[in-house]
Write a protein that binds this ligand. Structure first.
Ligand SMILES: Nc1ncnc2c1ncn2[C@@H]1O[C@H](COP(=O)(O)OP(=O)(O)O)[C@@H](O)[C@H]1O
Ligand SMILES: [Mg+2]
Length: 264
């Protein structure tokens, strides 16, 4: 479903600020893979997701989505294949628009028709049912402006919007990190439910090692711009946090420098 071949990205090449963010990543995701991504600060996790979504042009390498080479496609051109949720709850939704309007925009993503034709009767029936699955009471607030919602409600809505059109690939970049622990747990539970029920191919960056072990069928660890550990299925189920830390030291030759990870 996703295939990266020797993907490289250096920021500010040739300057004092030169940073080799991805150093030749090879990664292949099967359809339905739910991959958790961990690694220290600056390991290249966000850059990996940004390269897949076309935020930055590739230096070299190939990115294929569902067998299609998207390496040269622009970010908007790739958007129809992807669902994305970022750390910041403000980013995925339009604050000045109503909940139903946000969902309707997500429904029309990658299509030419905008909201000018209005929200259809079918959608007016569908959206409350969808929102009810979140268990946050949003189904009774269809015409509320999204800016009035809490961070957690907004992130749950973003998740729903990102997965509304069953994307080929779902990219989650620490999407619960800005939420309080209880809300974060709730949004994570929703994530697991949506991803599992629909078998969505997913890359989820998290700084919580317990979550990384508990969720998904595969875990990758990044360090210095590359994947240094890739574990799946039964072997992944047997992982522990201390085992993971030990693995990190083994493969990176140093200790994990990520306070948030170690404290979680
Ligand atoms: N837009 C950018 N411009 C310059 N450097 C960047 C940019 N994005 C990321 N970097 C650098 O690339 C490296 C990897 O960053 P990032 O992928 O954000 O790491 P992570 O998400 O694993 O913490 C870091 O050294 C970071 O400073
Ligand atoms: Mg990051």
């Amino acid at each position: 479903m996703l295939k990266l071949t020797n993907v490289k990205k250096t920021f500010n090449p040739g300057s004092v600020n030169e940073k080799r963010a991805l150093t030749g990543v090879n990664l292949e995701l099967e359809e339905g893979d739910f991959v958790t991504v961990i690694g220290g600060n600056g390991a290249g996790k966000s850059t990996l997701l940004n390269m897949v979504s076309g935020v930055y042009p590739l230096d070299s390498g190939v990115i294929e989505l569902g067998g299609v080479d998207v390496s040269r496609l622009s970010e908007p051109a790739r958007a129809k294949y992807l669902g994305r949720v970022f750390q910041d709850p403000m980013m995925g939704t339009a604050a000045d628009m109503q909940i139903d309007e946000n969902l309707a925009l997500a429904r029309r993503r990658g299509k030419h028709r905008g909201l000018a034709w209005g929200i259809s009767a079918a959608e007016k029936k569908e959206y409350p049912e969808l929102l009810a699955t979140l268990g946050l009471g949003l189904e009774t607030r269809m015409t509320a402006k999204v800016g009035l919602l809490s961070g957690g409600q907004r992130q749950a809505l973003t998740l729903l919007m990102a997965t509304l059109t069953n994307p080929k690939l779902l990219l989650l970049d620490e999407h619960t990190a800005a939420l309080d622990p209880k809300t974060a747990a709730k949004v994570l539970e929703l994530t697991d439910k949506i991803v599992s029920e629909r078998g969505l191919t997913t890359l989820m960056v998290t700084h919580n090692m317990n979550d990384a072990i508990r969720l998904g069928n595969r875990l990758i660890m990044m360090h210095n711009g590359n994947v240094i550990y890739d574990v799946r299925s039964e072997e992944k189920k047997r992982l522990t946090v201390s085992g993971l830390l030990q693995k990190f030291e083994e493969v990176s030759g140093g200790e994990l420098a990520n306070d948030r990870m170690l404290l979680s």
